[in-house]
Structures are given as C-alpha cells and as structure tokens.
Design a protein around this ligand. Sequence first.
Ligand SMILES: Cc1cc2nc3c(=O)[nH]c(=O)nc-3n(C[C@H](O)[C@H](O)[C@H](O)COP(=O)(O)OP(=O)(O)OC[C@H]3O[C@@H](n4cnc5c(N)ncnc54)[C@H](O)[C@@H]3O)c2cc1C
Length: 395
Amino acid sequence: MDWDDNAQESEFRAQVRTFIAEHGAKQRAGDGEESFGNSPEVRARTKPWRDALVANGWIAPAWPKSYGGAGMSPKEQFILNEELAENGLSNVGGFGVMMLGPTLMIHGDEEQKAEHLGKILAGEVVWAQGWSEPSAGSDLASLQTRAKRDGDEYVVNGQKIWTSGAQHADWIYMLARTDPDAPKHRGISLLMFSMRTPGVDVRPLINMADQHGFNEVFFEDVRVPVKNRLGEENRGWYVGMTLTDYERSGIGSAVGTQRRLKQLLDVSRTDPQAKQAEGTRSKSWRLYFADRWIEAEIARLFSYLNISIQARNLVPNYEASMSKLYTTELGQRIAHTALKMYGLQGMAWDAKRPENGRGRVATGYLSAVSSTIAGGTSEIQRGIIATRGLGLPRG
Ligand SMILES: Cc1cc2nc3c(=O)[nH]c(=O)nc-3n(C[C@H](O)[C@H](O)[C@H](O)COP(=O)(O)OP(=O)(O)OC[C@H]3O[C@@H](n4cnc5c(N)ncnc54)[C@H](O)[C@@H]3O)c2cc1C
C-alpha cells in the first residue's frame, strides 16, 4: 500500500489541520480522561471540542452518513486519528460511538436507533459497558448475571466488575444470562438500561495509581423492559461480539506512543531536574531510550498493516492482536523508561499533585500496568496470534 497521501487525501489532511488549529485549543486531552473520565466537569470542559467535532460531522468518523457519522474511508479515518493524536487530542467518542452505536445500526430496531443514536452523537448520553464479572473476564461466556423474564420485563440480578466510567455513565449496555440451561454462549442476551434504574448500585474501585477509573456494578431486581433488549433473546453473545472483530487500527495509540517519547526527550533536555538526574546522564539509559524510539516506529508500522487490511474491506484479525499486544507492552516499557530517567527520584510519588513532573512519571508507570489487561490480555492476544495467525494447534 502506498502511504503517501494522494491529492484528495492531502486536501483532507490540510482540512483536518485547519480544524485543529481553529478548535484544538478547546480540548487538550488530559491523561486518558477523554473516553472514560466523563465526569460532569470533564464533560463541561470538553463540550466546545465535542460540539466542534459534531458540527463538522467528525464525532463518529466510521459511522455511515445516513446515521449522522462522517462515513470516512479507512484511510481518511487514519489521517484524522493520526492528526488528532499528533496534537494530543481525542475524539471523545467513548463506548457509545465506538461500540454501541455500530452494534445498534446492525442489530437495533428502528425505535432503538431513533432513541439512542442521536443522543450518542450529541454526547447527551454517556454509556458504560457491562461485560466482565468477577468470574468472567477472558472467558466472558461464563458470565452469571441473570435476567429472568417476567411479562414485558426482565428482572436482572448479579454483578459486573471493572466497569469503566460507570460512576458517570447515564446508561449501560450489558450481557446477562437469559437461559441458564442453554450451552454457555447460547443463553445470553444484551440489555440496555438507565444507570438510574432502581436496584443499580455502583461501587468505586480505586486502582494502584489512586485513580477512580472503574467500578463494581451490582444489580438487585433491576426491572428492564423487554423492548430494551438489543437483538434476539439468547443471541446476545453474537450481538455483543459483532464489534470485537472490527478492531480499530491502533493508529491513535501508536502515534500517542511516539508523542509520549518526544515529550520525554524534550523533558530530558530541558527540565533541570531531569537533566541532572542520574538516569538521564547514564549511557545505559540513552541506549534504553533509543530502543524505545525504534519500537515506537515498529508500533506505527503495525497500525499501517491494520489500516491496509481495512482499506481492502477486510477485517484485521490476528494482525489487530499483534498491534494491541505490541503497542500496550511498549507503553509499559516507555513508562519504565520515563521512571528510569529520574533514577531513584522517579519513584517519588504525589498522586494528588500529578502536575509535579516526577509525580506524573510515577503515576504513569502505575497506570500503564492495566493496558495489557483491558480489551483482552496479552496472553489472550498471544493465543490468537499462535492459533489464528500461525496455525499452531490449540492447547
Ligand atoms: C483499565 C481496565 C478497564 C476495563 N474496563 C472494562 C469495562 O468498561 N467493561 C468491562 O466489562 N470490562 C472492563 N475491563 C475488564 C477486562 O475486560 C478484563 O479485565 C479482561 O478481559 C481480563 O479478564 P479478568 O480480569 O477476569 O482476568 P482473567 O480472565 O481471570 O485472567 C487472569 C489471568 O489469566 C490469563 N488467562 C486467562 N485465560 C487465558 C487463556 N485462555 N490462555 C492464557 N492465559 C489466560 C490472563 O491473561 C490473565 O493473566 C477493564 C479492565 C481494565 C484493566
């Protein structure tokens, strides 16, 4: 595939750059707050940026125009994501834009589409994803939360865990078992309901970086109208999995990775504390840093690979796993490189004052741990590469 922009793509890139120059200052993405940190303050602060994206039709680049999206080709999405990530900007879509919207387009009835799609695009309703449970993560089909039919309603009882942003979400889409006697993939349905429905209880989980990103969510006799089921009863597994094959290219995270390295380079040259630190001055750190630089280039090539597959109207499979595995493990190595830069001082951690340079490094190191777990662990990605990519026999 030719990665140079053709005339039309150059024009589009110029358009994106003009847009960023005009509106980018409205939202400089904070540390990962863009997707999940939908607190009222963040929502209010990022509203002008969201409104600018909405006005331009870029809030949902991949959605078809008929549903209010931008209907961009994979290459155009790549250009948009690349330019946003280069500038540290996010597309503020969250689960609604990334996951639920496209699933609704395929499996939703007209009433459901009319009710939800517009609100997702306008950012009026923020969604949480209720997949994982204490005993169902990698093996998600083992989930035990029950939804028992009672006339026109389901009565939901059970528990979800690691539910990102549930403390701020307005609605949740979740998987629950509607037929406990069916084989495990066949007795599951996908339900959508307001987080304010009686019986929904959100309890915070604080991660080791002292951040409140995810939660436990308990359901006790939560009554959900049957019309809020997405897709057929007991076919929810297949509805829910519709999108997992449509992996994103990872270009945002690959470019974000390079951006973090450039910032680190800048700090190592300009911050007096960093310049003096034992890590920065050591030869081994410089070699370590050079390795990261090369790896970041490789991460970018992995995303190019995925985009080139999408551009041929195919869905990346084990290739998306290679990109996810490589980029997230690299993210952890970069966090470690930043920590080493400051030497022992890098471990001085003041979580309440992350604006303090060294504090940010330590917090970043702790936060990076979860990236190889969220969205499918590194072991699961390796399993996919081994079996689907290399054709090795299943264990
Ligand atoms: C930051 C973050 C945000 C998250 N947000 C959400 C969210 O919003 N909604 C949601 O539903 N979930 C969310 N999750 C949960 C996430 O999807 C699960 O943590 C993930 O799927 C792993 O499941 P688990 O934690 O139950 O670990 P387990 O599946 O119990 O795995 C434990 C260990 O065993 C290994 N393992 C398991 N199975 C295999 C296998 N077949 N082969 C080899 N090794 C294996 C795993 O790699 C891991 O090391 C989030 C997680 C994180 C870290």
